[in-house]
Design a protein around this ligand. Structure first.
Ligand code: 13P
Ligand code: SF4
Length: 347
């Protein structure tokens, strides 16, 4: 498996009676919660068959979504890669709007649904297509490398997209001395450390979840838990990444934990990450100072069920815009990842 993906194709529940479904997820969902969740799980499993639908879920989804109804789980890069090959008429994106838009850009002929249209992202909201056009006028000829956490209109103005799982590879592949890496200032500054030979110009966008972590938080955790392994998402401020032991996309974090098996770890990222891997790794103690993404948490079993029942909310992208945005996404997907089989600790 590539270091940036954590996928599961989930035919596990097909045709199973509900008690058997619970038996398979009981490690992830307390028995006391199951009666309230079971009707939605049962309905979603049935509706997926009836609609020929798959559910793509981001790693930040709550355990009851991540472990029961999702067909494919992963980081943004894995979800984009899988969206290209998925064999279904309908894709339900349990994540945020830019992820659903990316799936639609890559699958113009498929129906892409998001259970709540309000699931945005502070990074996507930080920049407009007009902002990118102004940057290109200011820095003519400098390639625009755009984080996938952006609208289709912003992608359409870009040369190539990137995710937190491949940003350094994408920049290196361009082979130029200077890039505009937008809109996440912290991701750009963190990638700058990995690719010092390329000058990164950036934008003042931030993730509202990761910008709240501070080096003092890391120092406090290390004081309380001597020897703990600290893993930070690259959307965190560079001083936080610098104070950590490893930094990578959500899938890279998972791979690091499951391959290195630290006895105590803190994942400096969204709360559900630790929940989603803790149960399968009972020998690892997860310390949980975390911040919640209010956008990711707009997803629920109830609104996923409603999405499949009513075929809403359909995500559309104007075809000409989608064609331009697709070029930037496909250029990203064509970049060969660094060939690592296990995570590389940050230098
Ligand atoms: P990943 O691509 O690392 O999963 O990150 C997506 C995201 O939105 C993190 O905040
Ligand atoms: Fe956007 Fe941050 Fe939420 Fe990720 S965690 S979706 S970057 S607001």
């Amino acid at each position: 498996m590539a270091a940036t993906s954590a996928l599961r194709r989930d035919a596990r529940f097909d045709g199973l009676p509900l008690p058997d479904v619970y038996a398979r997820v009981s490690r992830h969902i307390p028995a006391i919660e199951w009666p309230a969740l079971a009707p939605d799980v049962e309905a979603i499993l049935r509706l997926k068959r009836e609609r020929n639908a798959v559910i793509l879920a981001h790693n930040y989804q709550a355990p009851e979504i991540f472990h029961t109804v999702s067909d494919i789980v992963g980081d943004s890069l894995a979800l984009a890669r899988e969206a290209v090959t998925v064999d279904a008429d309908v894709i339900v994106l349990a994540g945020v709007h830019f992820m659903a838009e990316t799936a639609k850009i890559l699958n113009p002929e498929k129906t892409v649904l998001i259970p709540d249209m309000g699931a945005g992202c502070s990074l996507a909201d930080s920049i407009t297509a007009e902002d990118v056009r102004a940057l290109k006028r200011k820095y003519p000829g400098v390639p625009v490398v755009t984080y996938v956490n952006t609208s289709a209109a912003v992608k359409a103005e870009s040369d190539v997209c990137c995710t937190s799982g491949n940003a350094a590879d994408v920049v290196r592949a361009l082979g130029v001395p200077r890039v505009l890496m937008i809109p996440d200032e912290f991701l750009a500054r963190n990638v700058q450390q990995q690719v010092p030979e390329v000058e990164m110009l950036t934008w003042a966008g931030h993730c509202e979840v990761h910008e709240r972590f501070t080096p003092d938080d890391i120092a406090a955790v290390r004081d309380s838990y001597p020897g703990i392994t600290v893993i930070a998402h690259p959307e965190c401020p560079p001083e936080v990444v610098e104070a950590s032991d490893f930094s990578g996309s959500t899938a890279m974090m998972m791979n690091y934990v499951t391959s290195k098996r630290p006895s105590q770890v803190v994942l400096v990222t969204e709360c559900s990450m630790a929940d989603n891997i803790a149960v399968a790794n009972p020998d690892i103690e997860f310390i949980k100072p975390c911040n919640m993404c209010p956008h990711m948490k707009r997803m629920s079993l109830a609104n996923i069920r409603r999405a499949l029942e009513t075929m809403t909310h359909e995500v559309t992208v104007e075809p000409a815009l989608a064609d331009r945005a697709r070029m930037a996404v496909e250029r990203m997907l064509a970049v060969k990842p660094t060939p690592v089989v296990s995570p590389v600790p940050k230098s």
